[in-house]
Write a new protein. Structure first.
Lengths: 200, 156
């Protein structure tokens, strides 16, 4: 799960050590190395770009503030994923209390109509790109029906491609629990998306 | 159960999100701002109040004296607006040495800014009304009773 730096790049451990020694530039490198993965993880829980950005900043802020107490007993990435997951869940609890609700999917659809969900490697023509955007919006609708724990497992397994053991460490549960959550989430997604996929 | 249980197009769509988010701009500028704001927030109330008062006293001594007087009146009013027993425990916990403290005992040395503010706040948070010792020249107040610290004022 550790980011694989090229030979010229320092390891996570080295960057953590340098940050703890007072080199803020080292922490910037860690942020640049992990922000994309943390963003995907947080989005997987919140399903909203705006809230994701706020929670992402908060995740790295918490990591920076608590890095002095990080002893390296787990991998830095596992520690960071755990902070991201907890920050996202806290944000979700706060969002539930706001008047407009948790996931304004209409806003996300408008956002997805832009450029972000167009993956050039998957879509070679405009029609395919439109289908891809539709599928992404439909996916968001289905993911929103799952619990946050199930969404997190799907994000870590299907998007981040982490192992069951790694996900178990991040989620603080057994591998068996991860497998059963994944089984349930996949079943739900399949069932929800079945009609949409048949119509394509 | 693994990801193969998802239809391939769904699996691909999920993995496409990784590439999509890789294009988002970095949060580093926001993070740096967040860290700076947090550092500023850590500056204590006392430091901020002292810095503000020092700056004001240096630039406009008359305004400083006026501000002290306004603060004293405000705190006095606040004191009488709070139920009688609030903060009584803290006042009772003062030591004898504390009780004997007075700005007049500083002698020839002028009191520090912190002492001035301590005294000013104490004079209204402790029982007994404050009175001016130097007839409004520097807005010094003689303590009629126990002084209070900033922490106790905040807790109060």
């Amino acid at each position: 799960m550790t980011a694989s730096p090229t030979p010229a790049e320092p390891s996570d451990q080295e960057l953590v050590r340098r940050t703890q020694a007072g080199d803020p530039g080292a922490f910037d490198q860690l942020v640049l190395r992990y922000e994309s993965r943390m963003r995907v993880t947080i989005y997987g829980v919140l399903l909203n770009h705006e809230d994701t950005e706020d929670a992402l900043v908060e995740t790295f802020f918490k990591a920076y503030r608590n890095l002095a107490s990080f002893q390296g007993k787990s991998e830095f990435s596992t520690w960071l994923y755990r902070i991201a997951k907890n920050t996202a869940l806290n944000a979700l609890r706060k969002l539930r209390r706001r008047p407009q609700g948790v996931v304004p999917l209409e806003g996300e659809e408008a956002f997805n109509e832009g450029h972000l969900f167009i993956d050039e490697s998957l879509s070679s023509d405009t029609r395919r790109q439109l289908e891809n955007k539709e599928l992404q919006n439909k996916l968001n609708e289905c993911l929103a029906l799952l619990s946050e724990d199930h969404r997190t497992v799907v994000t870590l397994f299907d998007i981040q491609e982490l192992s069951h053991a790694e996900i178990a460490k991040i989620m603080g549960c057994s591998e068996g629990t991860v497998r059963s959550r994944l089984f349930y989430a996949h079943k739900q997604l399949q069932s929800q998306l079945q009609r949409y996929l048949r119509s394509q | 159960m693994d990801s193969s249980s998802l239809p391939p197009e769904v699996r691909d769509a999920l993995r496409a999100r990784r590439a999509m988010f890789a294009q988002s701009p970095s949060v580093l500028p926001h993070l740096h701002r967040r860290i700076r704001v947090a550092a500023m927030e850590r500056t204590s109330f006392r430091e901020r109040l002292s810095a503000w008062a020092a700056a004001l006293a240096a630039v406009r001594p008359a305004a400083y004296a006026g501000a002290c007087a306004v603060l004293a009146v405000t705190l006095t009013l606040a004191h009488f607006a709070i139920p009688a027993h609030s903060g009584r425990t803290m006042v009772a916990a003062r030591t004898t040495a504390d009780t004997s403290y007075s700005l007049n005992e500083v002698g020839a040395l002028p009191p520090s800014l912190d002492q001035k503010i301590d005294a000013l706040i104490s004079s209204v948070s402790a029982p007994g009304a404050p009175h001016s010792a130097t007839a409004g020249v520097d807005a010094h107040y003689v303590l009629t009773s126990t002084p209070a610290s900033y922490d106790s004022v905040v807790a109060f």
